[in-house]
Design a binder for this molecule. Structure first.
Ligand SMILES: [Zn+2]
Length: 231
């Protein structure tokens, strides 16, 4: 894998004694990869990520992993808010919903998978904490979006994917979402419908309507079981 160093000035120190225990995937949402890399390295933009992965699989390294990159913004997961403090962020080049959202080429996904595997291994990040920006900022962000192949990534050993559609949820859907890590109500300042939509965008991308139907319930039940059995 080609890794090109493209240093960004947009980072600071992680707070003391903060574990690196979340991986956040984004899309760039800009017309070209070059524009996205330039933006992430622009001192006036005040945004960054640790890495950008271009559509041809080229990896750009912007910020050292032990430093805090500025990619998640206002966010929440499993009781914590400063997601940047404890995460690694990967920007995946794609024009996004604003400029012509399209599928992620296989060379790009291979590079993301390779990069993510290394990160998860180095820091011991749990599969249930490999997340999309939309998961940690529902109602505000929808990247990397419903075309991102989370299932394939999970097959490669990175991230969680429901192994069955037959599990039965023993709690109310919103309670289950919260147990999984999603923020609700004041946690995220977004209506429950947006949070359910974020869940669907990640785990049931064929229908994103914010309605917790039977299939969503079964998927959430399966995911919760997988967390329980995780090492
Ligand atoms: Zn993002």
């Amino acid at each position: 894998m080609d890794v090109i160093t493209a240093p960004s000035p947009n980072f600071d120190a992680r707070p003391p004694a903060t574990p690196i225990d979340i991986l956040v995937l984004h899309y760039t949402g800009m017309e070209t990869g070059a524009a996205a890399v330039a933006h992430l390295c622009d001192p006036t933009a005040k945004v960054s990520a640790h890495y950008t992965v271009d559509e041809d699989g080229t990896i750009y390294a912007h910020v050292p992993e032990d430093c805090r990159a500025w990619h998640a913004g206002v966010s929440y997961w499993a009781g914590v808010r400063d997601i940047n403090a404890r995460s690694i962020g990967i920007e995946i080049v794609n024009p996004g919903h604003e400029f012509g959202y399209r599928s992620f080429p296989s060379a790009q996904i291979a590079a993301v998978t390779h990069l993510a595997k290394g990160i998860v291994g180095r820091h011991g990040i749990a599969n249930a904490r490999v997340l999309g920006h939309s998961d940690v900022a529902p109602g505000r962000k929808i990247d990397p979006g419903e075309l991102f192949p989370w299932g394939a990534l999970a097959l490669s050993g990175v991230g969680l994917w429901p192994q069955t559609r037959k599990a039965k949820l023993s709690v109310a859907f919103e309670e289950g979402l919260r147990a999984f890590g999603y923020g609700l109500g004041p946690d995220v300042d977004a209506p429950a419908k947006s949070v359910i939509g974020a869940f669907q965008r990640h785990f049931r991308p064929s229908k994103i309507d914010g309605v917790a139907d039977k299939e969503c319930q079964a998927i959430l039940a399966a995911l919760l079981t997988e967390i329980d059995f995780a090492p």
